[in-house]
Design a binder for this molecule. Structure first.
Ligand code: ZN
Ligand code: ZN
Ligand code: ZN
Length: 766
């Protein structure tokens, strides 16, 4: 017979809003243990008394079988004197103690709820807002902490007696489910026409379904905002949606009825299936099967399709026998943030949507769908959104940093007590509406966390609106060089605290010499870096238009090589070419660039891709989409050791590409050889850096590493060369990850006392 003992167990992590206390309660009851469990914000405290054997089993279950949406970062056990409890209870939480810094993410509807949803006779049969302790919206409906019904937009809905009874019964799976409701007491749907007038209908879901079948475009209010939705098989509807949304090329996300319908149109690995069917339900980028089943217009010139499964109960009701695939794209007009407020949605989407399917539960925080992919055997986050946001990542520094991110794909990050909280993707700040959302999100974070930062971290680029915002604040602030932020973030999520080699291939970021960087080799730590190599500078002409019009990059490169551009850019008119030539000669709107993103644009334009792009990195993405994995050839390249570090030359590479173009070589061959050249030359360059520094840890970051072929092949090559290779998985390698990197760098600089008033990371460049 084993002894009776008592312990206090403290679990820290994401334990709120994920059904942790009922889980502990059930396990304790099953094992005949007494005591209590209490929620203290980011902690769950368990006081447990009983037989030692049972307690051992209890602890084992707590550590290994906790709810799938919880994350445990710390587990402490302390022995106590016996108390003599006679039962096991759930204590109500103490609001004062509940200053949690862990915000729960939204969770897709769970299997148990879906089962009820599909069961005729169940009181929640086809009820579009069914949820339980294990599922439902969280982050998008929380207005303050602690997470409780009263602090969410569910507070509007008073539970009926049936729902209250579920809410109060510890053995019920809706015990303390803050989103608990039913058709008697919860949110309701409404169908509106394009002018916002209510459409009379006894069954608006059925009508909505019919409208989709008839080729109509619907704006549907979801969890984190509005979607624009139409039948994905209906080419006319898809083309009309593109035209009205001013989105000519950017891929549209598709929602498929079930996993079988995804299998029919895309290649799905076991790992990918798990991501698709898990509790986050992101948009997953999958390889299309050929011949293409859905119209090409959904993702033109792409090998991959962004696809997801329904995650809000309402979405299950939109499918019918004729519509197994729906376009589900963010409800916005190209460039603007996702609509989430009903009146704004109706006014800004009425010229796109024929009807609006809305409900009366308020969305507090707009959250786009998250985008992920599988590369190199790992799930990689491309855009942080619903289900993933906010990201909570343990870091070394304890200080409170508010990092405001970059300009494009902006996100925010705040740190406190050794944890970073990274916001959802906010968007491109040069759009006024997005900047408003950015301001609102900062205020929301500050009030949620009752937060006053020790320091603000921002980008070196003074033109970014995020930078301007930070500079206007009172208190300490620090600029972090853009690519150092990419590197620091990547190192921190991979828990690398010693010096590493950074290969940062990116679009645009201001360097410490006022040039545009983006093909960078660093040796650095969280708090500082040394630039030990870069892609050779070229003079680019044309400010922002260089990014939108890749032919301008190609032209600048050709002029740098003293090559007549007309032969290689026949589609560009002579006058335009002459204007750029003369601007370069007179140094008008010219800047030095080592950007790898722009080098990709140059090659894409020479290969004859779009001369003007309509979404970010379009040219580079299209160049990657024609890579032929069976080709291993590469072009000649040069690496010169200069006072400035290693300089990777572009002359040989471009000359050979031009020779191939003259020979009318296939584009896919040119593209593959170009990719392979970068892999070879990058590997050679970092080997040279290793010889000098003896550093074997290498991080690959920056937007260019969204290129799966480049990432996988380079990582594999570097591993063969005995490097320890790390890249972004938890945070995006694009500028969506910048805020996290800025926060890590600033926190470290503070910790190491390197902070100088009005300092910038120029002072952190060694
Ligand atoms: Zn559920
Ligand atoms: Zn109810
Ligand atoms: Zn960047």
């Amino acid at each position: 017979m084993s002894d009776v003992n008592r312990y206090i167990i403290t679990l820290t992590g994401i334990v709120q809003g994920v059904g942790f206390r009922p889980f502990v309660f059930r396990v304790a009851n099953r094992l005949h243990l007494n005591g209590w469990v209490e929620n203290g914000g980011s902690r769950v405290i368990v006081d447990v008394e009983g037989k030692e054997d049972s307690i051992k089993e209890f602890i084992h279950i707590l550590q290994n079988e906790y709810p799938s949406n919880a994350t445990i970062t710390d587990f402490q056990i302390k022995s106590q004197q016996l108390f003599g409890y006679t039962d096991f209870s759930i204590k109500t939480s103490d609001a004062e103690e509940n200053t949690a810094n862990f915000l729960p993410a939204d969770i897709a509807v769970c299997k148990s709820c879906i089962k009820e949803f599909n069961t005729l006779g169940n009181n929640r049969f086809q009820y579009p807002f069914i949820s339980c302790t294990n599922c439902g919206p969280r982050y998008s409906i929380i207005s303050s902490l602690p997470y409780d019904r009263e602090t969410t937009s569910m507070s509007e809905f008073k539970m009926c007696s049936q729902c209250i009874s579920e809410y109060c019964t510890p053995r019920n799976r809706r015990f303390h489910a803050q989103t608990n409701c039913c058709s008697d007491c919860g949110p309701v749907l409404k169908l509106l026409d394009a002018h916002g007038n209510t459409v009379d209908s006894s069954d608006c879901v059925k009508l909505a379904r019919q409208l989709i079948c008839r080729g109509k475009i619907l704006a549907v209010k979801g969890i984190g905002g509005y979607h624009l939705c139409c039948n994905a098989k209906d080419l006319t509807a898809v083309q009309r949606l593109r035209r009205l949304k001013h989105r000519p090329h950017k891929p549209l996300a598709v929602m498929a009825r079930n996993i079988e319908s995804i299998n029919k149109i895309c290649e799905v690995s076991k790992q990918e299936k798990e991501i698709l069917t898990g509790s986050k339900k992101p948009i997953l980028l999958l390889q299309k099967k050929s011949p293409e089943y859905l119209p090409q217009d959904i993702a033109p010139n792409q090998k991959r399709l962004g696809i997801m499964l329904p995650y809000a109960p309402l979405q299950f009701l939109l499918f019918s026998d004729e519509t197994n695939y729906l376009v589900m794209t963010s409800g916005n007009i190209s460039g603007s943030p996702i609509c989430y407020q009903d009146d704004v949605a109706v006014s800004s989407l009425s010229h796109v949507a024929d009807y609006f399917l809305v409900h009366n539960r308020e969305i507090i925080v707009p959250v786009d769908d998250a985008v992920v992919k599988v590369a190199d055997g790992y799930e990689i986050l491309v855009r942080c959104g619903r289900g993933y946001a906010p990201l909570i990542i343990p870091i070394e520094a304890k200080s409170r940093v508010l990092a405001v991110g970059a300009e494009q794909k902006c996100s925010l990050c705040i740190t406190e007590n050794g944890y970073a909280t990274v916001s959802q993707y906010i968007g491109n700040l040069n759009e006024y509406q997005t900047y408003k959302v950015f301001n609102k999100q900062i205020k929301h974070f500050e009030s949620l966390f009752r937060y006053c930062p020790d320091i603000y971290a921002y980008d070196l680029n003074a033109d970014y609106l995020s930078t301007r915002y930070a500079k206007e604040q009172v208190g300490k602030k620090i600029a972090i060089q853009h690519h150092h932020a990419h590197m620091a973030g990547c190192m921190a999520e991979n828990k690398l605290s010693n010096k590493a080699i950074g290969v940062i291939y990116d679009g645009t970021g201001l360097g410490t010499d006022d040039a545009i960087w983006g093909g960078e080799f660093f040796v650095g730590s969280f708090s500082g870096f040394k630039r030990v190599g870069h892609l050779k500078y070229v003079t680019l002409q044309g400010g922002d238009s260089v990014v939108r019009e890749p032919w301008r990059c190609a032209l600048s490169y050709l002029l740098a090589l003293d090559i007549d551009p007309q032969e290689f850019l026949p589609q560009i008119n002579l006058l335009a070419i002459e204007m750029v030539k003369s601007a370069i000669k007179n140094k008008i709107k010219c800047f030095k660039s080592s950007s790898m993103g722009r080098f990709f644009d140059c090659v894409a334009a020479l290969c004859g891709f779009e001369t003007q792009i309509t979404y970010d990195a379009q040219a580079a993405i299209e160049l990657e989409s024609i890579v032929d994995k069976e080709i291993y050839d590469f072009y000649k390249y040069s690496i010169i050791n200069t006072e400035d570090g290693f300089v990777l030359g572009y002359e040989h590479i471009l000359n050979e590409i031009l020779r191939d173009i003259r020979k009318q070589e296939q584009k896919s061959i040119i593209s593959t050889k170009f990719h392979n050249t970068l892999i070879e030359s990058t590997a050679e360059c970092v080997c040279k850096i290793r010889e000098k520094t003896e550093i074997k840890d290498i991080v690959l970051s920056g937007g260019v590493f969204e290129n799966i072929y480049l990432l996988e092949r380079l990582a594999s090559k570097l591993r063969n060369l005995k490097f320890n290779v790390y890249y972004n998985r938890l945070t995006p390698s694009n500028d969506g990850g910048i805020s996290f990197g800025q926060a890590v760098a600033a926190g470290s600089i503070l910790k190491e006392n390197h902070y100088v008033s009005c300092g910038s990371s120029k002072s952190n460049q060694h």
